[in-house]
Design a binder for this molecule. Structure first.
Ligand SMILES: NC(=O)c1ccc[n+]([C@@H]2O[C@H](COP(=O)([O-])OP(=O)(O)OC[C@H]3O[C@@H](n4cnc5c(N)ncnc54)[C@H](O)[C@@H]3O)[C@@H](O)[C@H]2O)c1
Length: 370
């Protein structure tokens, strides 16, 4: 069976590796975290992601190592790279993890057969072209293949994608990537094949569109409430228009989490890099934060400071342990800072993270993890 390398087997990469393994590919995973690798090797890894523990326990064709050299093998010609690309202070992504891996790859002998690097990490438009230019002198190609998945359903989102986005180094590599996905996708997704830069723009633009839709729904909801109406009636009617659709058009907390806000910022920066203005990206951020102010004022109108306010489900979305940019939590912080007594109730793993950051700002109740 075809051998595939996956460098960076964290939240996204491990799910991808397990999906590949499950349909019979020989998968070689590399991760720099040696303890984490041990937990995968011993199959004792615990994960909140559905199916990960079961798939790992059943796995037969997954080998993992903390050594990059384990995937330097003439038979491994497809290497997916799924390492962090943290946001920098200016909103662009830091590609240094990928660059460092490529530097290390170049320390090994030039491969006899052309070997393909496929970047899954989220990157800025133009990055994969420059990577390809650098690596192609050494018989490597670079392509881009980002994923549209949500924490809490990564394995299934990978098995049932709406589309597989491939920014291909050339048509042959695109065919090979498509063939791999056809083996494990359990639906019949659209294969959106294009240039690397087009795919980089598409990935950011999809998330930018979602932030826009969420910010729009909340803004129209706020407007309706201010006029004394029911926001849900209005949004349901807007979403009934087929050209618009109901998804992501519900009233609630603003967007947050590890992907949407940062991809939205990066989209604006990508425009600046080519001397364009893209006000939509800034406008959605501003609308998101104005919505939080609106919610805060509503609480202030409806609650007196001697009442306790209880918040639960504090992660940025259900079925996740991630509190990063959770708008619900940020609203709770705003209220506590204004002198309200706020009780936070959530699973112990979530409460521990919040307590480590906010200490005595709140009172806490840890619910048992089930
Ligand atoms: N998780 C998501 O929901 C999601 C969704 C879309 C896109 N992405 C993108 O995918 C990329 C990875 O995200 P993630 O959530 O899987 O991150 P993660 O932090 O869970 O996993 C990254 C893994 O890479 C490993 N790593 C770091 N440096 C390494 C190196 N030099 N060699 C080998 N391994 C190394 C880390 O130890 C870690 O296990 C990011 O660019 C992210 O933006 C993630």
């Amino acid at each position: 069976m075809v051998k595939i390398g996956v460098v960076g087997i964290g939240r996204l990469g491990l799910c991808f590796a397990l999906n590949l393994e499950r349909v019979g590919f020989d998968v070689f995973g590399v991760d720099s975290d040696a303890d984490y690798i041990l937990s995968i090797q011993s199959k004792t890894l615990t994960s909140n992601e559905p199916h990960v523990e079961d798939y790992l326990s059943d796995s037969e064709f997954l080998s993992v190592s903390s050594e990059l050299k384990s995937i330097i093998d003439p038979e491994i010609q497809m290497i997916f790279i799924c390492v962090p690309t943290p946001s920098k202070a200016d909103g662009t992504f830091d590609h240094s993890y990928i660059d460092k891996i490529c530097d290390e790859i170049l320390e090994f002998d030039r491969p006899e057969k052309e070997t393909h690097l496929i970047i899954n990490s989220t990157v800025m438009p133009g990055y994969c072209d420059s990577l390809h230019e650098r690596m192609s002198q050494h018989n490597y190609t670079a392509s881009y293949n980002p994923e549209f998945i949500a924490q809490g359903s990564i394995i299934e989102d990978q098995q049932f994608p709406d589309q597989v986005l491939i920014g291909e180094a050339n048509e042959d590599v695109g065919n090979e990537i498509e063939a791999i996905y056809r083996c494990f996708c359990q639906n019949d997704p659209r294969f959106s094949r294009m240039s690397k830069t087009e795919a980089e723009i598409t990935k950011l633009a999809v998330n930018c569109f979602l932030t826009t839709k969420i910010a729009f729904a909340n803004s129209i909801g706020d407007l309706t409430i201010q006029h004394g109406g029911n926001q849900d009636n209005v949004l349901a009617a807007i979403g009934a228009d087929e050209r618009i659709g109901p998804n992501f058009l519900r009233y609630g907390f603003g967007y947050g989490g590890p992907c949407l806000p940062r991809d939205n910022h990066a989209m604006g920066k990508a425009a600046q890099q080519v001397d364009l203005e893209l006000p939509i990206s800034e406008a959605t951020d501003r609308a998101n934060s104005l919505h939080r102010n609106f919610q805060l004022e509503a609480f202030e109108k409806n609650y007196s400071k001697d009442e306790q306010i209880v918040f639960s489900e504090l992660t940025y979305k259900p079925d996740s342990d991630i509190i990063e940019e959770s708008q619900r939590l940020e609203l709770a912080v705003d209220l506590a800072r204004k002198g309200y007594t706020v009780l936070l109730k959530d699973r112990g793993t979530v409460i521990d993270q919040i307590r480590a950051i906010h200490q005595n700002l709140f009172t806490y109740e840890a619910l048992t993890d089930d």
